[in-house]
Design a protein around this ligand. Structure first.
Ligand SMILES: [Zn+2]
Length: 371
């Protein structure tokens, strides 16, 4: 049980961390490529070592009519969708019909007529529903500081850092999640005054925690990790797939666009060719080839017959996840430097080389905790 402090900063870009006073001087630091997708998948890579194929889901929502929030009303939904056509009404009724469905997840922008097709599949790494062993379930001695409900968004990092400083007196294995940078990036953009200011504050809090940890545990491991980067959004892409390939449904095809990603499931084989042509013709989209799907652990056909990722800086608008585009986004192709997170370490030498991909971070954290 080695003394270990793990600081997790949501959405901290490697290139920005490298320029920070404290973080940029940590003795070992390197960029880490996330896998495809968003937090539910990247946290499974980072804190459990599983790619989507191994954890069984890709993105938060997947096709699953029986478990969907609209299953009970499946016959009524097409009619309701016509009656409640204006967006505000559609959204209002959607909220009413999905009340109580998985309150731990944000209800995305699924139109009424598709409310009986998709269900939550991806689970938060700290949830008891997470399907595999994790760093946290395997190391009950690792004290995890909570961040939910302790302060308003934007002020949680400061509150967590303060609690972490005090907790170090009692806990020699501590996990400190700092979640605020993600929302600040989405709302204000990378390079904005708010984002820059928060980066500077984060650097000071991390330096303070590192000092306190070293003072109490001189031979311990200090890690600073992030899940992905972030990049400013230049524009929205309207997905006119139904104009070109016909109406979507369980007898034709389904699609779900999560901001930067598009997944398409084909149910009518006759549509495979037109869908392939349509998707290949989208100028700002990149269709994942089977080789890429193998590399990133996305071979499960339940993840979609097609998976597409948009060019850096573009988001679907509207998407099945949100009506409007944010100022900045992540979830682009992992090979882009703007998407890289950071791995930084200070302490006794680690077994194993510097991680290049997110799944390679997990064994380093695990082994340090076990020492
Ligand atoms: Zn985010």
């Amino acid at each position: 049980m080695a003394d270990t402090l793990i600081i997790f900063i949501d959405s901290l870009r490697y290139d920005q961390a490298a320029e920070m006073d404290f973080l940029g001087r940590m003795p070992e630091r390197c960029p880490v490529r996330p896998g495809f997708g968003y937090s539910v998948n990247i946290h499974a890579e980072l804190f459990a070592g599983y790619r989507p194929d191994e954890v069984g889901y890709f993105c938060e929502w997947m096709v699953n009519p029986k478990e969907s929030p609209g299953h009970r009303w499946c016959r009524l939904l097409p009619l309701l969708d016509v009656i409640f056509r204006p967006y505000v009404l559609n959204r209002g009724l959607q909220r009413l019909l999905t009340r109580g469905y998985r309150p731990d997840h944000i209800m995305p922008n699924i139109p009424l007529r598709h409310l009986d097709k998709f269900a939550v599949a991806g689970e938060h790494i700290l949830s008891s529903r997470f399907p595999r062993p994790t760093l946290f379930s395997e190391h009950p001695g690792l004290q995890v500081l909570p961040y939910r409900g302790i302060a308003p968004k934007g002020s949680r990092d400061e509150a967590v850092s303060r609690r972490a400083l005090a907790a170090l007196a009692e806990h020699s294995q501590l996990f400190v999640p700092l979640p605020d940078l993600d929302g600040i990036g989405h709302n204000h953009g990378v390079g904005s005054w708010e984002h820059e200011e928060h980066l500077a504050r984060l650097d000071r809090w991390v330096a303070e925690l590192a000092r306190e940890f070293r003072h109490r545990y001189p031979a311990g491991h200090l890690f600073v990790v992030s899940d992905h980067g972030m990049v400013n959004v230049k524009g929205g892409i309207r997905l006119d797939i139904e104009e070109c390939c016909g109406r979507s449904g369980l007898h034709s095809y389904l699609c779900f666009s999560d901001a930067t990603l598009l997944r398409v499931w084909v149910y009518d084989e006759a549509l495979r060719q037109p869908l392939t042509e349509f998707l290949s013709s989208l100028s700002r989209g990149h269709l994942l080839a089977s080789e890429e799907r193998r590399h990133y652990g996305l071979t499960n056909p339940a993840f979609g017959d097609f998976i597409m990722v948009l060019e850096e800086g573009y988001c679907f608008e509207p998407s099945t996840f949100a009506r409007h585009i944010p100022k900045a986004m992540h979830g682009y192709h992992p090979r882009l430097p703007s998407q890289w997170g950071i791995f930084a370490h200070d302490g006794p030498p680690l077994d194993g080389s510097s991680p290049q991909e997110m799944v390679q971070v997990y064994p380093l954290l695990r082994d340090a905790l076990r020492e």
